[in-house]
Design a protein around this ligand. Sequence first.
Ligand SMILES: [Zn+2]
Length: 351
Amino acid sequence: MTFRKVTAPGALCLAAGVIVAVSAPQAWDVSTAGRTAVLDALSPTALAAHVGYLASDELQGRATPSAGLDLAAKYIAGEFKKAGLKPVAGESYFQQATFTSRDGTEYHASNVIGILEGSDAKLKDTFILLSAHYDHLGNNPRIEGDSIYNGANDNASGTAGVIQLAHALSKAKPRRSIVFIGFCGEERGLLGSRYYGRNPVVPLKQTICQINLEQIGRFDEVGAPQPVKGSMTGFDFSDVGPLFSKAAQAVGTDIQKHPQNSDAFFSRSDNQSLADLGIPAHTICGAYVFPDYHRPSDHADKLDYKTMATLLKGIAVGVLTIADSDRAPQWNADNPKAAKYLAAWRALHGN
Ligand SMILES: [Zn+2]
């Protein structure tokens, strides 16, 4: 997540309100039936291997831009290829972007994108974005001793989740298409996801939601109530939060609203870029602020891969529920905090 300061909500809403969608569609059909192969692919061992590489000293903290970031991009693209995802630029999985730094110099970095095509003749032209930022804070040589910000939980964990979900969900033949994305430049202010919003690889109007993964490997929240197992930002801004809660419960875990952090952190990750364009978009995480947050000590051996794998199984069930349903997620018209996003959704869809 980013350094950006956010305004804390003025009052905490501890009582859950009744969630009413814009219209009343059929209920979400949350089920694990027939999904054993998908869930089995989300193993702690596979996740630990991805995080182990992405958060290794060899990648030097994956700053945007850097040689280490490029190595990470290459690794993600290789995994997308192995998972059978369709590349987005000819044979390439790289969406190359040019950014300008404050002193006016230009630099380049890539989002990494692959598509799992849907199996339904009509619904395959609608898209779910499944994303995580793969950059982090780099190496600060002014620090004595360990100067590499390995960013194991932030956000090698989310990146590993997206990679392993690509392998897992490709076994499921979902009806809608799923776009898997590794964003660059998040730590410099959501650069990669803002760039994607300006240059989407599939039409925004046909993009029905974004599920973004951040810090999904640790559950030791600092200075606030613990999330029980997992949490979602803007939990009741749309009908996606309650759906993922049910999906997580179906595999023996939970995704909940964190009383202090769910709303406050909505703007602090790459879901914000797509939400601003009207697309129901949320970030799923474990702890929001953990003891090694934005420190060189955010190391791979501190992650809880078993709990992370179970959380990912819940996320897989949630994504497949949306992917196989005729129903699309909707902003919650009764939540004033979602009003501007609902207005953006209406502008995008011309109603
Ligand atoms: Zn992050």
